[in-house]
Design a protein around this ligand. Structure first.
Ligand SMILES: [Zn+2]
Length: 196
């Protein structure tokens, strides 16, 4: 009998690691110093899960973008953007980065947030895809149980500025966010999470 009866089970996860060599660890640490005043690339006791939309229709394109470690087109910084997990449109959960490392997916929250990308161009596509939504909820619930993350701290990228964990040392970025997974969709997502 499990000791914690309501611990959500670990879903099936396909390991598809992007290269995260020591050079990228160094870039991540330098980013964390610049943006958070933290001298580490390690993700320690994450408190937030951020849900994202890739704005494309392909897992492989998403993988290639994250693997490239190219400076991002918006802020022109390294390391390149990445996310710990990507959900494809078949409902497969891919893990691209170990949870021991930070990833650049949400300005202001990378120091404490796990990133989950959903392949697609509209939130309605995620909610209309039962296999994808189910896998997303399973993954998020498992991560919540593993790290003790409250459902109110499962947020959409567009909700980043209102997170109590948001912090950013670069002044021009303090109000920067993206349009994906706004509150109206996350209200529904959190309701589904809470419903189990
Ligand atoms: Zn996003």
């Amino acid at each position: 009998m499990p000791l914690v009866a309501d611990a959500p089970p670990r879903p099936a996860i396909v390991q598809d690691p992007i290269p995260y060599p020591s050079s990228r660890v160094g870039e991540m640490r330098a980013y964390a110093v610049r943006h958070y005043g933290l001298h580490r690339a390690r993700l320690v006791a994450p408190k937030v899960i951020v849900e994202h939309l890739t704005a494309n229709t392909s897992f492989s394109a998403t993988f290639n973008t994250f693997a490239s470690d190219a400076p991002d087109p918006e802020l022109h910084e390294r390391p390149g953007t990445c996310s710990h997990f990507v959900l494809d449109q078949q409902g497969t959960i891919h893990q691209l980065v170990s949870l021991k490392w930070m990833c650049r997916h949400t300005v202001g929250l990378n120091w404490t947030a796990i990133g989950i990308e959903h392949v697609g161009t509209a939130e309605a596509g995620v909610f209309g895809n039962v296999r994808m939504l189910r896998a997303s909820l399973r993954l998020t619930r498992w991560l919540q149980g593993r790290y003790g993350i409250a459902t109110k701290n499962v947020i959409g990228h567009n909700e980043s500025l209102s997170s109590p964990y948001h912090q950013e040392r670069v002044v021009r970025l303090r109000t920067q966010t993206h349009a994906d997974f706004p509150r109206r969709w996350m209200v529904r997502y959190r309701r589904e999470l809470a419903a189990g």
